[in-house]
Design a protein around this ligand. Structure first.
Ligand code: ADP
Ligand code: ZN
Ligand code: MG
Length: 688
């Protein structure tokens, strides 16, 4: 008599049945198709959707969650068996094959990983910040026993056993004696290996806290499948670091890492912001408002009084223009870079923080950078392990979004060199310590900087006022200056600040959450084209400005093709604010207008009365610059004969050079303020 107590089901059999029989649509054998591709194209892995496993058989799905190591090995064994059945010449000895599981039911936040997750299969999302070069890991070594009585070779670890770290055997498995073991390199099996660091996405890090990170190991076909700066979902098994057990001896505190089973790289830009159908309705409703542009501007940092053109510039940067790829493959950025230079305490940092808060995807940093990678990227060496890593900096991490950089004038020398490429080509190239890479940095820059001399000196060009080279300055689409001058506005500003502290809000403003969704929606779905009228207006403006420069002999170039590209982007951004696919004449007019404000505020050559883009980028207007140099020379000469140069004598000498007295006095007083000269005694100066 036979009594059946319980049906014993072999999990391996169920896995095999799953691979062979699962059909996503009737007649389509999803996994057999993939296995056939392995054979046909020497692919290295199949991708198994966890949901498929679950719908096929709940028990095996659970088994994967509870015992991932054993069950995955089992699943792979069955796949190998199927491959052998289909093609007995398939070189499984050489080609390792893998099962890559995706779509686990639960994604764990990096900061919520706990001890109970060790040895479990988990999914985490984040941004890849670092990666090592590809190395080779020996997963099966052939040793030779160096002993006169033995000299035999053996494979280690023995078949069936798999360890990430191979330790030399203590006794020879062939003869049982101890002794020396030599590796036979040509008989050692290697697999591509790479270590990466996954970090929380910048927008997920609670304010004021450091982002959490985890080390992850990629092997074989996963190697190099994502780059620093990529937003990814990693599925893998959380393991305890073997070497940390050895190194720390009896202390039982371990580091964990993830042995990665699958990587999903997020292609979709801006999918972090969830937009519901209800949101969509609200967004479309808002877009109908004829005053939508004004409403957007008044919703940007409403607690900050005035500074309208800066808020407008930030608004434009948040929406951005459309990236275009030309027929010859060159790419023209759609990102609008904005720079604010200003006196201390003029709310620059506040404006930037708001921009970072409302941007759907953003990285907030300072010029110095939060990490060794700074603003662009770096090759860093880790102290404990000696490993070299390629580490992504802020602009790479902000790929597809907005990089908000405060105190940009303090940026590191390496970044000063690399940022040019990042701002225009929107890539970061690095070649150092054997690492050669090109990372994407398609990010908008909204930056602020402090004046070089503490306060902004209006009589000087921007280039002289900020510690940034003209080549970087000229890559900004809009630059604004905030000067703190006491006066009539003080009462209004005080009232505004007091009102805001009292809990008042600005009329008609859109709340931050909705505005964020509105921006995300627009950036994702709205790609405006310029109408013919808009094109004509921009072209006319450009031609006229260029003509002005050629009309006046010796005049510096007024405006360059860079500004024309900027105008196109600005026009598109205005259209995006209204969710319009066509940028109208009105959009172009507004773009010209804000460009004019920027040029006039920062570039107007006060003495010649013309707008001079060279002034902005290269510094002092020709005329005034020459005067200053001359006067400095005069002071220097005069002070050589006497202790210092008296203002009267400076003026007299200067007049001989054609500089009027008033001009001289002003220039001397400016040079004194900016520390180029100092007053030795009353009205008597010397060069520093
Ligand atoms: P900065 O970065 O330019 O040195 P902050 O952003 O740190 O200046 O601003 C200093 C303080 O002054 C902040 O608390 C800010 O809110 C306040 N403040 C300065 N200008 C304004 C303004 N126009 N409206 C409201 N608050 C202002
Ligand atoms: Zn031996
Ligand atoms: Mg500041």
């Amino acid at each position: 008599m036979v009594i059946l107590l319980e049906t014993q089901v072999d999990i391996g059999d169920v896995f095999e049945e799953f691979l062979k029989n699962f059909q996503d649509i009737p007649g389509n054998f999803k996994y057999m198709n993939q296995i056939n591709e392995i054979i046909a194209y020497r692919k290295k892995s199949i991708i198994v959707d966890f949901n498929d496993l679950f719908s096929f058989n709940e028990k095996i799905a659970n088994e994967i969650i509870l015992n991932p190591l054993q069950s995955l090995t089992l699943l792979e064994d069955r796949m190998i068996k199927i491959i052998e059945e289909l093609d007995n010449s398939y070189p499984l000895e050489v080609e390792k094959v893998h099962v890559r599981i995706i779509n686990l039911p639960r994604v764990i936040e990096l900061r919520k990983i706990r001890s109970s997750d060790v040895n479990k299969i988990i999914s985490v999302e984040g941004i890849l910040t670092k990666q090592t070069p590809v190395k080779e890991r020996a997963y099966r070594v052939t040793f030779k026993h160096v002993h006169p009585d033995c000299n035999q070779e053996f494979i280690w670890p023995e078949e069936g056993e798999m360890n990430d770290i191979i330790t030399t055997p203590s006794v020879c498995p062939r003869c049982g004696k101890i002794g020396q073991f030599e590796i036979v390199p040509e008989k050692t099996k290697l697999i591509d290996w790479q270590k990466v660091i996954l970090q929380e996405r910048p927008e997920e890090v609670p304010p004021g806290q450091l982002p959490r990170q985890i080390e992850a190991i990629l092997e074989d076909d996963l190697v190099d499948s994502a780059r620093p700066g990529d937003r990814v979902k990693l599925t893998g098994i959380l393991m305890i670091k073997q070497d940390s057990i050895v190194k720390r001896g009896s202390r039982t505190v371990f580091d964990v890492y993830m042995k990665v089973i699958s990587i999903e790289v997020s292609e979709k830009v801006l999918d972090e912001v969830e937009i519901t159908d209800e949101d969509k309705k609200k967004i479309q409703e808002l877009a109908k408002d004829p005053w939508i542009k004004e409403r957007i501007m008044s919703s940007i940092a409403p607690s900050i009084y005035d500074h309208w053109e800066i808020k407008e510039a930030i608004g434009l940067a948040l929406f951005g223009g459309v990236q275009r790829t030309m027929q010859d493959g060159t790419r023209i950025r759609g990102d609008i870079h904005v720079l604010i230079i200003g006196d201390p305490g003029t709310a620059k940092s506040q404006l930037l923080q708001f921009a970072a808060r409302v941007a759907p995807r953003s990285v907030y940093t300072t010029g110095k950078g939060a990490t060794a990678a700074g603003l662009t990227a770096a090759v860093v060496r880790e102290k404990n392990t000696g490993d070299y890593y390629l580490e992504a900096g802020a602009l790479v991490l902000a790929d597809g979004g907005i990089a908000v950089i405060d105190e940009i004038d303090k940026m590191k020398d390496e970044d000063r060199v690399a940022i040019h490429e990042a701002m225009e080509q929107q890539t970061v190239s690095i070649a150092k310590a054997g690492i050669v890479a090109k990372l994407n940095a398609r990010a908008t820059i909204i930056a602020a900087g402090n004046p070089k001399f503490g306060r902004y000196i209006q009589e000087r060009g921007i280039a002289e006022n900020i510690d940034l080279p003209p080549t970087i300055l000229s890559r900004f689409d809009l630059i604004f200056i905030l000067v703190d001058k006491p006066g009539s506005e003080d009462q209004l500003l005080a009232n505004h600040i007091l009102d805001m502290h009292g809990g008042k809000s600005v009329k008609n403003s859109i709340d931050v959450d909705l505005l964020k969704k509105y921006i995300a929606f627009s950036r994702k779905y709205v790609n405006p084209q310029l109408s013919d009228e808009a094109k004509k207006l921009l072209a006319d403006f450009y031609v006229e400005m260029r003509k002005k420069s050629s009309d006046t002999p010796d005049s510096p170039i007024l405006i360059t093709p860079r500004q024309l590209e900027a105008l196109i982007r600005l026009t598109e951004a205005y259209a995006r604010m209204g969710l319009r696919e066509v940028a109208t004449r009105d959009d172009a007019e507004r773009a010209i207008n804000i460009m004019r404000i920027f040029l006039e505020k920062v570039g107007l050559d006060v003495e010649s009365g013309s707008i001079d883009i060279d002034t902005i980028m290269l510094g002092k207007p020709k005329s005034a610059r020459e005067k200053m140099v001359k006067i400095l020379e005069i002071i220097d000469t005069l002070a050589q004969n006497e202790e210092c140069a008296k203002i009267k004598e400076i003026s007299k000498e200067a007049e001989r050079e054609g500089i009027e007295k008033q001009s001289t006095e002003k220039i001397v007083s400016d040079m004194k303020k900016s520390g180029l000269i100092y007053e030795v005694k009353t009205e008597c100066f010397k060069k520093v």
